[in-house]
Design a protein around this ligand. Structure first.
Ligand SMILES: NC(=O)c1ccc[n+]([C@@H]2O[C@H](COP(=O)([O-])OP(=O)(O)OC[C@H]3O[C@@H](n4cnc5c(N)ncnc54)[C@H](O)[C@@H]3O)[C@@H](O)[C@H]2O)c1
Length: 314
């Protein structure tokens, strides 16, 4: 197996690159470094600094590295930016993704594992329920729509060109190397702000002062393990990658504060435009294939906090 990880210099992709590298599996990264960093990946892993919107450059990387498998993590990954610029979102997430599929077809690459979004694709999940993969996608943002559309293209390429794919619909992923300066990734944002003794804003679910929206937080190591399972076995189809447990934003905040031994200064704000109230996903299907989330939330937060603390001390 030879794996090309698109977006491999980013938060999630870089964890997968390290895991493949540690296993001795030949791995290369295709990334334009728009949000990713060279320093996130081992120095001896080849990097094709390439925009997936550039078909010729993508083809060159495939012809040069000759991957058997692709882990497609590269994306415009911000819901907010997708609302501001839906054309750019579709150029990267849909047309860029099609360039990857065309390059696979041209070079006979066997399998793709696609990083989709469970956190956005199902829309609002009724409280107390967990969205299974069988629920039809109800995108509420251009980002979710482009991810859902690309899922359909994967199935079309399977039927017409015999391409093999696994779609992994991630819940809310957190862990070391997540960008703390975006508007998403609440664990990274809160951790960074508390470490610098800055106040945090807690957006309400309904009314300012409530504990905030409910999300399903999954540690990046568990997401990496799901990708390895999809790459190393004949797993095909579409799977949620989640814990199945919902947590409020306030719960997340105070778990981080406890891990840091600090008391947060909190500004309670009204609901944020476009935020889903509840998103919790059912992980039963992937569990039937032997995958389990192995990092309990408190432990995952401790490890994430330790990593951010180390960065600030450098
Ligand atoms: N973080 C989450 O909670 C989450 C949840 C669901 C799905 N996802 C998906 O997981 C994948 C990885 O997300 P992440 O959180 O690690 O984000 P990230 O921004 O850290 O990683 C994305 C990577 O893709 C690269 N990239 C962006 N545009 C590119 C382009 N045009 N050409 C080549 N490379 C490009 C970036 O430089 C970056 O390294 C994305 O597909 C995202 O949509 C993430």
């Amino acid at each position: 197996m030879r794996v090309l990880v698109t977006g491999g210099a980013g938060f999630i992709g870089s964890h997968l690159v390290h895991a493949l590298h540690q296993k001795g599996i030949p791995v290369a990264v295709l990334d334009d470094l728009s949000t990713g960093k060279r320093a996130h990946i081992p120095p001896d892993v080849p990097l094709y600094q390439t925009d997936i919107r550039d078909l010729n450059a993508v083809l060159h990387a495939f012809q040069d590295f000759q991957p058997t498998h692709v882990a497609h993590q590269a994306a415009q990954a911000s819901v907010k930016h997708s609302v501001q610029n839906p054309c750019k979102d579709a150029e990267i997430n849909l047309l860029g993704g099609l360039n990857i599929l065309e390059a696979m077809r041209a070079t006979g690459t066997q399998k793709i594992v696609f990083a989709s979004t469970g956190g956005a694709i199902y829309g609002e999940v009724p409280e107390g329920r967990r969205a299974p993969e069988t629920w039809p996608p109800k995108p509420k943002s251009p980002y979710a729509a482009s991810k859902a559309a690309f899922e359909h293209y994967l199935e079309v390429y399977r039927q017409t060109h015999g391409l093999t794919y696994t779609t992994l619909r991630y819940a809310n992923v957190y862990g070391p190397r997540q960008d703390p300066h975006g508007e998403a990734g609440v664990v990274a944002i809160f951790t960074n702000r508390l470490l610098h003794a800055q106040p945090v804003t807690l957006y309400a679910r309904k009314e300012p002062g409530d504990p905030g929206c409910i999300r399903d937080y999954i540690h990046v190591e568990d997401v990496t393990r799901a990708n390895l399972l999809a790459l190393e076995t004949n797993l095909e189809g579409t799977y949620n990658v989640s814990t199945g447990q919902g947590r409020t934003t306030e719960d997340v905040l105070y778990t981080i504060a406890r891990a840091l031994g600090t008391t947060p200064r909190v500004t309670y704000a009204p609901p944020r435009d476009g935020d889903l109230e509840v998103s919790v996903l059912d992980p039963t299907q992937l569990q039937a294939h032997g995958w389990r989330p192995q990092v309990p939330f408190e432990e995952g937060i401790r490890r994430t906090v330790a990593w951010f603390r180390e960065q600030t001390q450098r």
